[in-house]
Design a binder for this molecule. Structure first.
Ligand code: UDP
Length: 327
């Protein structure tokens, strides 16, 4: 069975990608420190507890498992934290990725699928973002991911590294079979926070800013189902292994929803009201982030079938009610 190394495979998106890889006949080998990931999320292959900054340990993983490719999810990914502690983001995201790429080249493993982000675009309101939009990030999360994209281009030119770079918009939902879901410590993302508020696990949701230049004053985001995202990753791997060159793809649906709209859809999907209040803007938030994703649809044959807001919230609600991972 061919092996694919999945860094961050114990995390939210990485674990869903492992499930999709296993369904396609690959053995996903998870590389994760479990600093933010969950042991219970590693269900489809072995777990190797290694930090990406440890080059000798990475070399041993490549020697032991001889993976045909790498999917690289491991990263720090909180906008608020990135503004407080940019050094952590440059160290974890950029140095970790650089060490991984050098280990890949040394091992002759040259196909990489990389998790990037729409946060690399920054504030470009009023336009649908395409892969050719300028990248002017507002925080160290976005700038560290943009730097990794540049590293991948340089190693493509110098060492023949082939990369598919996915710039995610807002990932949501949970595995429709109930095996996996979103669970962060602490939780900062909108939909799980709404579900915790509905369930009485927090006093209520605070809407971050009501004075944005949008139709209802709250931020507009493009939400995509995590299982659709995982499917895109397997398609990206196929793309590389079919001999296509490096390529960047946005992953979103092209439909934007405001925070207020997400709240009202949560009421419809769960049948419960969402206690909420209004607060100031959260620093580093763009007013509107909406994806032009026609490239992924056209080149990869991708179709984000589960990505209606209602289905994402229903899947997330089922996961929430299941109690989630224990360890
Ligand atoms: N948001 C909010 N209240 C919260 C958490 C998030 O109003 O308690 C807003 C946030 O400002 C953004 C949107 O919800 O406009 C999505 O935020 P999230 O953190 O889920 O994703 P991000 O867009 O930062 O990747």
């Amino acid at each position: 069975m061919e092996r694919v190394l999945v860094t961050g495979g114990a995390g939210y998106i990485g674990a869903h990608a492992c499930k999709a890889l296993a369904a396609r006949g690959f053995l996903p080998v998870v590389v994760d420190t479990l600093a933010t990931g969950w042991r219970d999320a590693v269900q489809f292959g072995p777990l190797v507890e290694v930090d990406l900054s440890d080059r000798a340990a990475l070399d041993a993983v490549f020697a032991d498992h001889a993976p045909v490719a790498v999917m690289h999810f491991a990263a720090s990914s909180l906008v608020g934290e990135a503004r407080q502690n940019p050094g952590k983001y440059w160290r974890n995201n950029v140095l970790g990725s650089l060490t991984l790429v050098e280990a890949m080249v040394a091992a002759g493993c040259l196909d990489l699928v990389f998790s990037s982000t729409c946060a690399t675009y920054g504030q470009q309101d009023g336009v649908v973002l395409t892969e050719d939009s300028p990248q002017t990030p507002l925080n160290a999360y976005g700038s560290s991911k943009r730097a990794v994209e540049e590293i991948l281009r340089d190693f493509g030119a110098s060492a023949g590294l082939r990369s598919v770079i996915f710039r995610y918009f807002n990932v949501a939902g949970a595995d429709p079979d109930g095996d996996l879901g979103e669970q962060h410590r602490p939780e900062t993302h909108l939909i799980p926070l709404i579900l915790e508020a509905i369930d009485g696990q927090r006093p209520g949701l605070v809407i971050n800013g009501t004075d944005y230049p949008t139709h209802d004053g709250t931020c507009v985001r493009d939400y995509v189902h995590v299982s659709d995202l995982a499917d895109a990753h397997v398609r990206g791997l196929d793309w590389l292994r079919a001999g296509h060159g490096s390529r960047v793809f946005n992953l979103g649906t092209g439909a934007g929803f405001s925070v207020r709209e997400v709240l009202s859809q949560a009421r419809v999907a769960t049948g419960k009201t969402v206690p909420h209040d209004f607060g100031p803007r959260r620093g580093g938030d763009a007013a509107v982030l909406v994806s032009g994703s026609s490239r992924a649809i056209h080149d990869l044959g991708w179709s984000p079938e589960r990505s209606s807001l209602k289905m994402m919230i229903q899947d997330a609600w089922a996961w929430h009610k299941s109690g989630g991972f224990k360890r």
